[in-house]
Design a protein around this ligand. Structure first.
Ligand code: FAD
Length: 483
């Protein structure tokens, strides 16, 4: 049983995994310059679990394990446990300003959610249910860090997977034997894949149709499984002082395409096998969303609060913070932070016990509101930062060290603001650029717009499943009847 330290996490990364960057195989991801800064940021999260200031929130004494586990792994039975889960998500997110979207807690709570619904998987056979339960115990007891890949390559959306010009592009089962199933094909987009311990694959969206059975498999394997290749996008890590690249020097989560070249997945790691009805129900009936959205909304609260605070400081730096139109804009930002902040707390207050497993689930509808609004709010707040930065964003020195160069005195005058030195204002603007102008910043806007899936599909799902709909309709109909 382990609550890992950062060093333990780093030490286990050089495991022979096949990661490709810029056409070359990365020999050791743990020392690769493109990944190392983010690895250190993740390692810091693990170290926080051992910090007396955070331990009681980040670590749980588990009934299931009889020992300590990371808080995200805990099955919540009480309102206090649910609150502590949220506190743990927020504590980790604060250490990276909410910029690590795929910190380990995200997938850890997802796997806990799947295991909490062990009986759901039993519909595909008792072995599959046991595999899910054993996998949960495996990653919780080793405190592992997972990536996940859901989607197929974009290809032709008008055709099913097996109808594509090459039916072998999308990941599918090509064989099976006594040891497991053999998979071949491609999945995307696996954020943090190069620096994670394992990958969980579950095909999405849950709209599989007859004929696509070979593609309907849910499983998890270590990143060093033979035949698994990870191909990276260009790195957005900026090498330099944290003062010059406050976020992009530390928090770039690499996104990757994962290629399966006849990969053997052992039976004990197969959770759903060629089972379309079960796969199509998994997203909803496993109730994973209640637990994962609790984490993602808590993280987003931290990120929005951070961007809001930056917009306020930029307004102050220009002596604009009390101007009515700027106050109105900043008020709009504050309201957005509060809406997202309210979703987790409201979901906890309206939590209910699932009679199947006795666990407490935060309210889905409150959480879905956050998932649907986040993709709108985050770009709006980033735009406020862009507006407040104005042309000064284009006046920044290459390095903050230039304030000590011969041109430093002039730069100090050129960048000075209201009650703020040129150097301090420049520091704010360097941060602003990382949020609203850099490649790192652009990727974050794209991330918030997409990480919970395509937004129109999410909203259609909200309308389809909205559990309070009938009560609202009854109220309306009652009012009309009484006229
Ligand atoms: C930074 C980042 C990180 C990510 N990390 C992960 C990860 O860790 N794991 C993972 O599994 N996934 C990840 N994703 C993938 C993410 O879930 C998808 O990008 C998201 O679900 C959107 O799917 P898509 O990219 O296929 O876009 P599409 O669904 O192809 O959408 C592209 C455009 O086409 C439109 N469109 C799509 N279908 C239709 C239709 N039928 N009719 C009309 N218009 C349509 C959409 O509205 C959109 O404008 C990540 C994405 C990003 C951007």
């Amino acid at each position: 049983m382990t609550v890992r330290t950062g060093q333990q996490y780093i030490d286990e990364l050089n495991d022979g995994r096949e990661v490709w960057y810029a056409g070359e195989r990365v020999e050791d991801v743990s020392t690769c310059a493109e990944f190392r800064p983010t690895i250190e940021s993740v390692a810091h999260l693990y170290d926080m679990q051992h910090d007396p200031a955070h331990r009681d929130v980040l670590v749980a004494d588990s009934e299931e394990f009889g020992e300590s586990i990371g808080r995200a792994f805990e099955f919540p039975r009480t309102a206090e446990q649910l609150r502590l889960k949220r506190e743990a998500y927020i504590t980790w997110a604060e250490s990276n300003c909410g910029m690590l979207g795929r910190s380990p807690d995200f997938l850890n709570v997802m796997v806990a959610a799947l295991a909490a619904k062990r009986d759901f998987f039993a519909a595909g056979g008792e072995e599959r249910a046991q595999a899910v339960a054993d996998y949960y115990r495996h990653i919780a007891s080793k405190d592992l860090f997972l990536t996940h890949a859901l989607l197929d390559p974009q290809l032709d959306k008008g055709k099913l997977r097996h109808e594509q010009s090459d039916p072998g592009i999308c990941l599918r089962q090509v064989d099976q034997n006594a040891d497991g199933i053999v998979l071949d094909g491609i999945k995307r987009i696996a954020t943090v894949a190069p620096i994670a311990d394992e990958i969980l694959v579950w095909p999405f969206p849950p709209t599989f149709q007859a004929g696509e059975e070979d593609y309907a498999n849910v499983f998890a394997i270590p990143m060093n499984t033979p035949g698994l290749k990870t191909v990276c996008r260009p790195s957005f890590t900026r090498h330099g002082a944290a003062r010059d690249f406050p976020l992009s020097s530390r928090f770039d989560e690499m996104d990757a395409t994962v290629i399966f070249d006849n990969v053997l997945v052992p039976w004990e790691r197969v959770f759903i096998n060629r089972n379309i009805p079960l796969l199509n129900r998994m997203y909803r009936d496993s109730r994973m969303r209640e637990y994962t959205a609790h984490q993602t909304n808590a993280r987003l609260e931290v990120k929005l609060g951070f961007v809001y605070a930056l917009a306020v400081r930029l307004a102050e730096a220009q002596g604009l913070a009390q101007k009515p139109d700027i106050m109105e804009m900043l008020g709009e930002a504050a309201v957005r932070v509060e809406v997202i902040r309210s979703t987790t707390r409201s979901a906890e207050l309206q939590a209910s016990v699932d009679s199947e497993n006795g666990l407490l689930y935060p309210d889905l509808y409150a959480l879905q509101a956050g998932r649907a609004l986040g993709p709108v709010y985050y770009p709006e707040l980033v735009n406020m930062v862009r507006k407040m930065g104005g042309g000064a964003l284009m006046q920044q020195p290459v390095s903050m060290a230039e304030f000590d160069a011969p041109t430093g005195v002039a730069m100090e005058k050129a960048l000075r603001g209201a009650d703020i030195s040129g150097q301090s204002k420049s520091q704010l603007l360097k941060l602003a650029w990382d949020i609203c102008g850099s490649e790192f910043g652009s990727r974050h806007v794209l991330y918030e717009m997409n990480y919970a899936g395509e937004r129109s599909a999410l909203l259609a799902g909200v309308q389809r499943e909205y559990g309070r709909k009938q009560a609202w309709l009854d109220h309306l109909d009652g009012f009309l009847d009484a006229l």
